[in-house]
Design a protein around this ligand. Sequence first.
Ligand SMILES: *Cc1c(COP(=O)(O)O)cnc(C)c1O
Length: 414
Amino acid sequence: MSFFPVFIKVARSLYSALKALLAGSPVAMPSLGSATLGKDDVKLARESLTSRSGWADGAVVDKYEKMFADWNGSSHAFAFMGGRVALSACVHALGLRPGDEVILPGYTCVVVPNAFMYAGVKTVYCDIELETYGLDASKIEEKITGRTRAVVLQHLYGIVCRDYEKIISIARRRGIVVIEDCAHATGALFKGRKVGNYGDAAIYSSENSKVYSTVMGGIATTNNDNIAAGLKDYYDRAPLPDDGFIDRLLHNVILNYYTYAHPLRWLLRDAVNIMYGDKRLISTTDEEERGIKPVGYGCRMAAPVAAIGINQLNKIDYYNDKRRETARRWKKWVVEKGYAEPLVIEGSTPVYLRYPVLVEPELKKDLKWAVNDLGLVPGVWFETHIHPTSRPVHGCPNADRAVAGCVNFPTLMI
Ligand SMILES: *Cc1c(COP(=O)(O)O)cnc(C)c1O
């Protein structure tokens, strides 16, 4: 490969940075991406790419699962190539069948309903509350029918959902299983225990945009031995991703470091993008947006990815503390501006993947104010009810309000 275009890119980046400096604008904005991937993770990725051995080594994955289970306080953990796959494993383990119904928040990511739809389970959407963006317990009972078998509760933005205990108690009373979606909330606590340990099964994500990153990856946990046997059954039959995919993923560790975390990313990211940009993975494909199960869906985690996971778990508490620190700053800003701060329920410690604020819809439509006043572009999760698709959800006015006005600020100001 010729280094001339790389050189040109670096020169251009330097020029834009100088222009920004002279104009008094920031050269690199705090990012919403995987800023927890550091130099040490890049080193691991490069080592795996060089050695190209042990990619099917189950022992590394076992170690990661055991480490996660211990750290999370769960009896069982199974690692997959996505939180969505972990969710599919839960659907299998809980014995959900075609014709069964699941209650989901009407403000979620498309891969959540997909995991149920792939198994023929009917998705029923229920409204959220606007204090933590979780399911509104007072709206759940009216959604329960004779076929309802499961409910998914969600700790969005890393905040422990307001009706946590109420939802679980309704489900227990009505004989419904609870799956906790902790994709945003890995490490959040409730009454001294990590979230995910209160329902029947839980999923966590280490996708790029989550609190810790293996570029792609997810874990299913449970404290119930029967459900664990079902998860293991799915796991044992799940294939490993092919070497081409693993190669791409490891290059994404490098790409992401230079895009989101490197101190000179403003100078180097375009150059690195020229070198490896064709390897960039997208987390949700067009097929998934259309509700079609993509080829290669359903893999368990491969060893070099688990090795990154182990390294990330060693750092996760440090980064989660940083997020909580930044959240205190956002809280001040929110109070000053007269907005409502997200609710921290009694006994909970959020991780604040992002700091959500409900603003006027005009402010969500055009984010220039944030660039000007705060020097960053806030996140807009979610701009539709079933992110990022335009699948309609009716009868969820709070979710409508969140779609129109929830913006969310980064919490790792690197
Ligand atoms: C990201 C996400 C998931 C799934 O995680 P992946 O690892 O990307 O498959 C599930 N639920 C929510 C709310 C998410 O944002």
